[in-house]
Design a protein around this ligand. Structure first.
Ligand SMILES: Nc1ncnc2c1ncn2[C@@H]1O[C@H](COP(=O)(O)OP(=O)(O)OP(=O)(O)O)[C@@H](O)[C@H]1O
Ligand SMILES: [Mg+2]
Length: 399
C-alpha cells in the first residue's frame, strides 16, 4: 500500500483529533465548574451539619431545605448545560470523523484510479478503516468526561476520608474542665499532618495558634471541631473521648468563626439571633462588640434587611463579624476561630479580639497570623503548629 496515502490519512486523522480535543475544552471547563459547585455543595453540607443543633432547635428546616434545593437545582442546571453543549460538540466531532471516513474513501479511490493501489486494496482499507476509527470516535466522546471527573473524585476522596461510622452515644451536658489531645496523629491519605500531639486546653483558657501556611493549624481545628477524627490517639473533653460524644451535644458548646460563614435566607436580625428570643439590648451590644454597627446602618432596612443567596454580597470581614456576633449571642463556651480577623482592618480586629479575650467564661482557640501586640498578653498560651508538631512558645519570646 502506498506510504504516501498512509501519511495523508495520518495527517488528516491527527488534525481531526486535535480539533476534537480543542472542541472538548469548553466541556472540560463546564465539568470543572460543576466540580466547583459540588465543592461548595459539600462545604454547605458540612456547615449545615455543624449548625445542626441550631437548625433543629430553631425549626429552621424549611429554610435550610429551600437553600438546599436551590443548590441542588444549580447543580442540575449545570449538568443540563453540560449535556446540551456535549450534544452539539459530539455532533460536530461525529461530522468531522465521518468527513475523515469520506476523505479516506475518496482518496483511496483516487489512488486506485491512478493505479497506485488496487481496488481490492480500496475495499480492504474501507472495511478496516471504519472498525479502526470506531474506538477513536468513542474515545473522543469519553476522554473529556474521564479527565474532567478526576477533579470530582479528588473532592469526593477528601470528603469521604476519615468518615468511618463511629458510635456516638455520650451527651456532653456541661463543659467543666478542659480538652486534651493524647498522642494524636492525623494524616490526609499518605500525608501525615500532625504526629503524636499531646496538649491540653483548659476551660476558659485563651489560646493563640500560629505557624506557617500548610503547617496544620486548620487541621488541628478540624479535629477539635470533630470534622475529622485522629487515626491514632484520642481527644478527650472532660475525660470523655470526643469521638463518643454526639455531634449535637458537642456543637451546642462551640461556636465557629471561619471565612465561610453559613447564612440563612432571612433577615440580618434572624441571622444573628438564629431565631432565638434575645433582648434588643443584648443584640445591640453584640453588634457593637463585633464591630457591625456601620455595616447594619448602611443596609437599606437595617437589621430587617433580608440576606439572599447565602449572603453573596457580604464580604469576608463582614461574615466574620456576623459569626462573632452570633457566637456572642449564642453564649457558647468554646469559640474556635480560623483566620477570622484576616479581612478586618487592624483597629477592628484589635477591638474584636479584645472583646473576646475579655470574656472570662469563654474558651478561645484562635488561629491567626495577625499578632496584635496590645492583646498578646491576654492569651494564656501561644501554640506554634509546624512539621507535624504543636509547640508552646513563651509569650515573651514573640515580637
Ligand atoms: N482536605 C484535605 N485533603 C487533603 N490534604 C489536605 C486537606 N486539607 C489540608 N490538607 C493538607 O494538610 C496540610 C495542612 O493543611 P492545613 O490547612 O491544616 O494548614 P494551615 O496551617 O491551616 O495552613 P494555612 O495557614 O495556609 O491556612 C497541607 O499540606 C494541606 O495541603
Ligand atoms: Mg488554615
Amino acid at each position: 500500500m502506498s506510504i504516501e496515502l498512509l501519511l495523508i490519512v495520518l495527517a488528516v486523522g491527527s488534525l481531526v483529533g486535535f480539533l476534537s480535543n480543542v472542541l472538548s475544552k469548553p466541556i472540560q471547563k463546564l465539568y470543572e465548574e460543576r466540580s466547583g459547585l459540588y465543592d461548595k455543595y459539600t462545604h454547605y453540607l458540612q456547615e449545615v451539619l455543624s449548625a445542626f443543633r441550631i437548625i433543629r432547635v430553631n425549626s429552621l428546616y424549611p429554610r435550610v431545605e429551600k437553600q438546599f434545593t436551590g443548590r441542588s437545582e444549580k447543580l442540575q442546571e449545570k449538568s443540563y448545560e453540560i449535556e446540551k453543549k456535549s450534544t452539539y460538540i459530539y455532533a460536530v466531532q461525529n461530522f468531522m470523523i465521518n468527513f475523515v471516513v469520506l476523505f479516506v474513501m475518496a482518496i483511496s479511490v483516487y489512488y486506485a484510479v491512478l493505479g497506485k493501489i488496487t481496488f481490492g486494496g480500496v475495499i480492504l482499507i474501507l472495511n478496516n478503516f471504519s472498525s479502526l476509527i470506531g474506538p477513536f470516535q468513542r474515545a473522543s466522546e469519553l476522554l473529556p468526561k474521564i479527565f474532567s471527573t478526576k477533579a470530582l473524585f479528588r473532592v469526593l476522596d477528601a470528603s469521604l476520608l476519615n468518615q468511618e461510622i463511629l458510635e456516638e452515644d455520650e451527651e456532653l451536658q456541661e463543659f467543666k474542665d478542659g480538652i486534651s489531645f493524647r498522642d494524636v496523629s492525623f494524616s490526609y491519605g499518605e500525608n501525615r499532618v500532625l504526629e503524636n500531639l499531646n496538649l491540653s486546653l483548659k476551660k476558659n483558657g485563651k489560646y493563640l495558634i500560629v505557624g506557617p501556611s500548610g503547617g496544620g493549624k486548620s487541621t488541628f481545628l478540624k479535629l477539635l471541631r470533630k470534622y475529622f477524627h485522629p487515626q491514632t490517639g484520642g481527644i478527650f473533653i472532660d475525660g470523655l473521648p470526643l469521638n463518643k460524644i454526639t455531634k449535637e451535644s458537642y456543637f451546642s458548646h462551640i461556636s465557629n468563626v471561619e471565612q465561610n460563614v453559613f447564612m440563612f435566607d432571612d433577615t440580618v436580625r434572624n441571622n444573628l439571633t438564629l431565631l432565638k428570643d434575645i433582648p434588643e439590648k443584648n443584640i445591640e451590644e453584640a453588634i457593637r462588640r463585633s464591630g457591625l454597627q456601620k455595616f447594619i446602618e448602611e443596609l437599606p432596612k437595617g437589621l430587617e434587611t433580608v440576606i439572599e443567596d447565602n449572603g453573596r454580597n457580604i464580604s469576608g470581614g463582614e461574615r466574620s463579624r456576623i459569626a462573632i456576633a452570633r457566637a456572642l449571642l449564642n453564649e457558647s463556651e468554646i469559640l474556635i476561630l480560623d483566620e477570622a480577623f484576616q479581612s478586618l482592618d487592624y483597629d477592628t480586629a484589635r477591638a474584636i479580639e479584645r472583646t473576646i479575650l475579655d470574656l472570662p467564661e469563654l474558651t478561645v482557640v484562635n488561629v491567626s497570623h495577625i499578632l496584635i501586640p496590645e492583646n498578646k498578653g491576654s492569651y494564656d498560651e501561644l501554640l506554634y503548629v509546624d512539621k507535624k508538631k504543636v509547640e508552646r512558645i513563651p509569650l515573651a519570646e514573640t515580637s
